[in-house]
Design a binder for this molecule. Structure first.
Ligand SMILES: NC(=O)C1=CN([C@@H]2O[C@H](COP(=O)(O)OP(=O)(O)OC[C@H]3O[C@@H](n4cnc5c(N)ncnc54)[C@H](O)[C@@H]3O)[C@@H](O)[C@H]2O)C=CC1
Ligand SMILES: O=C(O)C(=O)Cc1ccc(O)cc1
Length: 298
C-alpha cells in the first residue's frame, strides 16, 4: 500500500516534458504529492529552458544519465519510435529498486524496444494515459489533462506488485481511472478508438486538399459542416503519429481493413437505395455518442 499522505516518489524524472510529460509535472507541482523533487530531461535545450521558465520542474537538463542516477522513478514521455533508445540511455544509471515507466500510445512495440535493455533490479510498468490534445510541447500541458480519463497499464508477468501500485497511485493522483490489460489487447483497442480515427482525419484532410482550386478554398470557407472536427485531430504532431502508425502496424491495418469493408457496405447501400441500412448505421453512431456522454468521456 502506498501511504496517501506521503510523496509517492522522492525524485521523479520526466524524460520528454512535452504535452504529456509537462502535464504530469504540472500536476506534481500543484500539490498532489507525486514526488518531492522534479527533474525534466529533454534532448532539446530550448525545451529545457522553457520548462525552467514555466517553473514546472526543479531542474531541467539534456543529461539523461545524470538525471536517471538521481531518480526514484523515470517516466519516458518521448515519441514511441525513440522509447528504446531513451531507455538505453537511462537504465544503466538507475538505482536498484527505482521504477521505470512510459506513457507511449502503443505498448507491444515499446515493450519490445525496452525489453533488451531492462534490468532485473529496475521494475518496468508500461502505461498509457488515454488523454491528450492535438498540441505538443511544454506549453501545451494542462494540470487537469488526465482528470476523469482512463489510464491503461500493461504490466509484464514479472513486474513486482509494489511497482504497479506506485504507478497506479501516480495516475490516480493525476485524476485518472485505471485499467490493466495485456499489451496486445491494448494495441487492438487503441487501433480502433484512437489510431484509426487519426488515420481517417489525416486522410480526409489530404483528400480535401487534393481537390483543385476553387473547391479547396470552399473547403476552408464552409468547413463548419463536419470537416472542421476532423481538422482538429489532423493538426496533431507528425512525428508522434508516424511513430504510432509504424509501431502498431498490424492492429491498425486490421482495423483499417474492417473499416474499408464497412465503408464499402455503406457505399453499396447508398448506390442501391437501402435506406434501412443507412439509418441503422447512423443510429449506431448516435447510440455510441450518447453512451460516451453518459460515461462523461465525450
Ligand atoms: N499527445 C497526446 O495526446 C498523447 C501522447 N501520448 C504519448 O506520449 C508520448 C509523448 O507525446 P507528447 O507529450 O504529445 O509529445 P511532445 O512532442 O509534446 O513531447 C515530446 C518531447 O520529447 C522530446 N524528445 C524527443 N526525442 C527525445 C529524445 N530522444 N530524448 C529526449 N527527449 C526527446 C521532445 O523534444 C519533446 O519535448 C508519446 O509516446 C505519445 O505517443 C500518450 C497519450 C496522449
Ligand atoms: O486529441 C485527441 O483527440 C486524442 O485522441 C489525444 C490522444 C492522442 C494519443 C493518445 O495515445 C491518446 C490520446
Amino acid at each position: 500500500m502506498v501511504d496517501d499522505t506521503a510523496f509517492i516518489f522522492d525524485t521523479l524524472v520526466v524524460v520528454g516534458p512535452g504535452l504529456i510529460g509537462s502535464s504530469v509535472l504540472r500536476r506534481a507541482r500543484a500539490g498532489h504529492r507525486l514526488a518531492r523533487r522534479l527533474i525534466a530531461v529533454d534532448s532539446s535545450p530550448a525545451v529545457c529552458q522553457r520548462v525552467m521558465e514555466l517553473g514546472i520542474a526543479d531542474e531541467a537538463t539534456t543529461d539523461a544519465a545524470a538525471a536517471a542516477a538521481q531518480a526514484d522513478c523515470v517516466m519516458l514521455c518521448v515519441p514511441v519510435g525513440v522509447m528504446g533508445d531513451v531507455a538505453a540511455q537511462v537504465l544503466p544509471f538507475m538505482r536498484p529498486g527505482a521504477v521505470l515507466t512510459d506513457v507511449g500510445s502503443t505498448k507491444v512495440s515499446v515493450i519490445e524496444a525496452i525489453s533488451p535493455v531492462l534490468r532485473a533490479d529496475v521494475p518496468y510498468v508500461p502505461s498509457h494515459p488515454m488523454a491528450g490534445t492535438e498540441f505538443s510541447g511544454p506549453d501545451a500541458g494542462l494540470v487537469d489533462l488526465f482528470e476523469n480519463r482512463w489510464c491503461l497499464l500493461t504490466p509484464l508477468d514479472n513486474t513486482p506488485a509494489s511497482a504497479i501500485e506506485a504507478v497506479r497511485e501516480l495516475w490516480q493522483r493525476c485524476g485518472a481511472r485505471l485499467r490493466e490489460m495485456t499489451p496486445a489487447h491494448h494495441d487492438r483497442v487503441c487501433a480502433i478508438v484512437s489510431h484509426l480515427p487519426h488515420l481517417l482525419a489525416f486522410t480526409i484532410c489530404g483528400t480535401a486538399d487534393d481537390l483543385a482550386g476553387e473547391t479547396r478554398s470552399e473547403v476552408l470557407d464552409f468547413a463548419a459542416s463536419g470537416f472542421r472536427d476532423f481538422t482538429r485531430i489532423a493538426a496533431s504532431d507528425p512525428v508522434m503519429w508516424r511513430d504510432i502508425f509504424l509501431a502498431n502496424r498490424e492492429a491498425l491495418l486490421e482495423m483499417l481493413g474492417r473499416f474499408m469493408e464497412d465503408a464499402q457496405a455503406m457505399a453499396r447501400a447508398i448506390r442501391w437505395g437501402d435506406a434501412d441500412y443507412i439509418v441503422d448505421r447512423i443510429e449506431r453512431g448516435r447510440e455510441i455518442r450518447k453512451s460516451l456522454i453518459e460515461k462523461q468521456q465525450a
